[in-house]
Design a protein around this ligand. Structure first.
Ligand SMILES: [Zn+2]
Length: 207
């Protein structure tokens, strides 16, 4: 177990972070511990030197910022640790796949269609599974598909605002599902797929 000073324990208490979410990054290069922090899904790195403002706890966020200087960065990590549903949706019109998260099983496909997410109104859910750390699973799956990333700028229905959809990928639907399923050790239940998946996929692949 990592031995922490009173300063460090107080800092963790203030931010409501568990001691075992701290990575011992002393002696490591910044570029190395940033990778390791993400790989191990830790919240903070304990580094060798205090920040420029001299905070003695020496605890850094994955952004590299000191947690005392940028406490808002903790919220991002916490959001990633909460259980929820990770889903995969497809649009035949765009020929793109979306990976996202939802708090409720029922929530997402209707919302995608209503907002015309990415500029399409034909979103169909083809996969959904509950995970213990939904945001982290989503981010990890999206990172593994980075080479297929296909962001689209579109006008959000009923809001009239131009936004960029970044969770879109130009890859086979099974590849997208595979990227999520590769993290199934974190799943809290079975995967769901629609009864008519074969028909959806056949339409998707038709010219
Ligand atoms: Zn600081």
């Amino acid at each position: 177990m990592l031995k922490l000073t009173d300063d460090q324990l107080r800092s963790l208490g203030r931010h409501k972070l568990p001691v075992d979410s701290v990575l011992d990054a002393r002696g490591m290069r910044t570029s190395d511990w940033k990778i390791e922090l993400k790989r191990q899904n830790k919240s903070l790195a304990l580094v060798d030197s205090p920040c420029q403002k001299g905070h003695a706890a020496r605890l850094r966020l994955s952004s590299g910022h000191c947690v005392e200087c940028s406490p808002q960065g903790v919220a991002h990590w916490k959001r990633h640790q909460v259980p929820g549903f990770v889903y995969v949706a497809v649009s035949r019109k765009l020929r793109l796949v979306k990976i996202g998260i939802a708090q409720l099983a029922s929530e997402r496909a209707d919302a995608l269609i209503k907002d015309e997410y990415g500029g399409a109104d034909d979103w169909q859910l083809i996969y959904r599974r509950k995970f213990d750390k939904a945001g982290w699973v989503e981010a990890k799956a999206q990172t593994s598909l980075a080479e297929y990333s296909s962001p689209r700028t579109y006008t959000r229905k009923h809001h009239g605002k131009s936004v960029t959809a970044r969770e879109l990928f130009s890859c086979d639907y099974s590849k997208a599902i595979g990227s999520v399923e590769s993290l199934c050790e974190h799943a809290l239940g079975d995967a769901w797929e629609p009864a008519d998946l074969a028909r959806i996929v056949a339409r998707l692949e038709a010219p």
